[in-house]
Design a protein around this ligand. Sequence first.
Ligand SMILES: [Fe+2]
Length: 232
Amino acid sequence: MKIALVADLHGNLPATLAMEQALERIGADEIWFLGDAVGKGPSNAETCDWARQKCSLWVGGNWDYGIGGKEYAADQYFWDQLGEERMNWLNTLPREREVMISGVRFRLFHGRPVTELMQVQDDKEKLGAAFTGPGGVYGGVIFADSHRPFFRTLREGYIINTGSVGNSIGVPKAHALIVEGEKDSAEPGPLMMTILSVPYDTQAAVDIAMADDGLPHRDSYIREITTGIYSR
Ligand SMILES: [Fe+2]
């Protein structure tokens, strides 16, 4: 069983579609969504619908709740693109999920608002604390939010960041995590966990943004997707 975990699509449709093609090519059986379908980029209705239709498990991210819950007046652009029905879907996504794969119980969440793990890749104590959640102590944590793939083992277990599909920091390609193992199986068995890195038509993504004068912080978005340097 090959499971793809994707997050941080952020309204970048060319990146999302390139990822979809790559997942078809490698034969992913299921796609799970770890939050932030929307915000930052210009194609929010499209990436929201993609997450909804193509994925079979969902957790929400800080941008999904911020926009879906109408937290900031500055997000009017995104509200106009999405409409009430999509915003309601985003705002009512679960904050976390758990799943057993090959005998390891994984805790899945986006990052914020559940916990702030953005800049703690070297902090074993903070990373270790994430293994304790609503379901007790987990054997693995999979999250997103920082837009940068990351894999580490601690004495608590595996801690993995999926990276971002549409707004990667570091290497500016579309990223996802592939987990191969037995879903819903408590029996310990081999697990393979791989970062998938997919080039996409960045210029097409820039062109869509350039055609939309209403996109807030457009220059920062373009700088991020073309350079991988955090800009906002
Ligand atoms: Fe994000």
